[in-house]
Design a protein around this ligand. Structure first.
Ligand code: DON
Length: 304
């Protein structure tokens, strides 16, 4: 297949569609981004890279980073993390509180806010300086020491994070937060503030297309079995109440963020990222979803 051509055709088709959706404004700092940006990058396990559009502009990867905190926790603690979080799709919005009440403070999965907050608590219990260690871990996975937290986004999340404060206190009331709530939520806000461009993001997710091994450095980030499990969680839980739609239309394990980014992988072949800030009604990038649907329709190569 001529990958570059397929990317360009799908991109132009999406660009010509009416620009639907709305940029996330509940974190004020996210609302400052030009909503017309649209970038794509695909990196193969063999090291080829294909880019188009605004692929070099850094953006807030938001919840996409929850895959990286999950990886870190799995590599530190192993299967024991599942005593405190489940692996089932929630079918609810990413910041929902409702299931926690009837499910005794056990979040449905590590990719919704409640689950990612418990992961941040697990990291806090196992690391001396969790904020630094998490960033160093992300830099290792990305093979890029320039990746950083964005202080203004982390602060903006903190200033407006009423639901996340509600979630962490609710989790604490069930005994599923072991550390100080302010420290854990600070780690969570920093996790969500990580910035990358599309090429850095595709490169970061390469290990999940490569049985857990970073394609450029050859470092084993997680074991092949852990990589399989993380991909399964992305497939079933990566898009909240739109996970079924993404599996149906795109057919790749992936993860979205309210910054408008999506990262997805085809096992043993490639990682792809797309970024366009306007979100559909379920909080996923409108153009990102459409682009990936057209892309995998054209390549005819998915996990299904
Ligand atoms: O907790 C929040 O509201 C954000 N920091 C993360 C949201 C996010 O990206 C969820 N995703 N689609």
């Amino acid at each position: 297949m001529n990958c570059q051509k397929i990317i360009e055709i799908a991109y132009q088709q999406v660009k010509e569609m009416p620009s639907e959706g709305a940029i996330a404004t509940y974190i004020p700092e996210l609302a400052t981004v030009d909503s017309d940006y649209f970038g794509v990058c695909l990196t193969t396990n063999k090291g080829e890279q294909y880019t188009y559009g605004d692929a070099m502009i850094p953006f807030s990867i938001q919840s996409i980073a929850k895959v990286l905190s999950l990886s870190f926790a799995i590599s530190l603690v192993g299967e024991d993390i599942w005593k405190r979080i489940d692996v089932e799709p929630s079918g609810s919005a990413f910041n929902s509180l409702v299931q926690l009440e009837s499910e005794n403070g056990i979040p449905r999965n590590p990719l919704i806010n409640a689950g990612a907050i418990v992961i941040c608590d697990i990291l806090s219990s196992h690391l001396k300086n969790p904020k630094t260690a998490l960033l160093e871990y992300i830099q290792k996975v990305a093979n890029n020491s320039e990746i950083t937290y964005c202080p203004s986004i982390a602060q903006s999340e903190k200033d407006t994070g009423y639901r996340n404060y509600a979630l962490i206190n609710f989790l604490k009331s069930f005994g599923n937060i072991k550390n100080d709530v302010d420290q854990v939520i600070d780690l969570y806000f920093h996790l969500c503030s990580v910035k990358m461009n599309c090429c850095q993001l595709a490169q970061t997710f390469g290990y999940l297309a490569n049985k857990g091994k970073q394609p450029q450095t050859g470092q084993q980030i997680v074991s092949p079995s852990q990589s399989k499990r993380i991909n399964a969680i992305m497939q079933t839980c990566g898009f909240y109440d739109e996970a079924g739609e993404f599996a149906y239309k795109v057919g790749l394990p992936g993860k979205s963020g309210v910054g408008g980014g999506i990262a997805a992988i085809l096992p043993n072949q490639y990682a792809i990222s797309v970024w366009s800030p306007k979100l559909n009604a379920r909080g996923n990038s409108f153009r990102g979803m459409k682009f990936l649907e057209l892309f995998t329709d054209a390549t005819q190569d998915t996990v299904f």
